[in-house]
Design a protein around this ligand. Sequence first.
Ligand SMILES: Nc1ncnc2c1ncn2[C@@H]1O[C@H](COP(=O)(O)OP(=O)(O)OP(=O)(O)O)[C@@H](O)[C@H]1O
Ligand SMILES: [Mg+2]
Length: 220
Amino acid sequence: MAAPDRWHGFELIAPGTHRICVRDPDDAHYCLKFERPPHERPPAGPRERLRRRLAQRFPRFGDNAAEWRAWRRLHARFGDAIDARFARCTGLVATPHGLALRQRCVTDADGRPAPSLFALLAAPSPFDPDRLCEAVAAFERWLIEHRVPLFDLNAGNFVVAGDAAAPRLVCIDSKSLAAGKEIVPLSRLVPALMRRKIARRAERLRRRIREARASAARAP
Ligand SMILES: Nc1ncnc2c1ncn2[C@@H]1O[C@H](COP(=O)(O)OP(=O)(O)OP(=O)(O)O)[C@@H](O)[C@H]1O
Ligand SMILES: [Mg+2]
């Protein structure tokens, strides 16, 4: 088996667009997320650029603080039952490489970090796209039923747990719940708008899954 990639000596799990996710060296059941500096991130509008700059001096403006707030709110509402849908966060920890968010590492049946839906769509996998679409629909139903305004339903924010016959999505990035992009968050305040927005984003994710299947079928 190839040696794992490393980031500052940590075992790399996956590089995200905004954060790097590594194994917690003190306990392999957990991972640590480090925020990327502004110059490593994709371009953004003025408001987001300001937030990123502030986060460098004041961690409370950062992605990790946002996700820690979001997860604590979820836990306050739903208790430990939330573990089935959102990876458990245990806090912000100081390290020689800056402040990291410590989170339960979601694993597959062999104890390896579970693949993100994004990684599954980028390469051949044993997961049937229809089953993955059903897993998206199950998550969507739960969000709507419990009125959780999670709109950032992108494939990198979910890992796929469970086996190929019955995949289950676990959200490993809930920061958008505490750092919405709208100035007047109507879609969080008006239940019908919230439902529609969740449904639109879930449908977009299912479309991505079907498109990945279609392009895999066309590949030589
Ligand atoms: N708790 C976890 N268990 C297993 N893998 C994880 C976990 N958290 C993150 N990952 C992996 O790290 C990747 C990036 O994580 P995350 O979404 O938290 O960072 P990000 O910077 O917000 O990324 P992006 O902007 O690309 O969504 C995920 O797609 C996933 O592969
Ligand atoms: Mg993310």
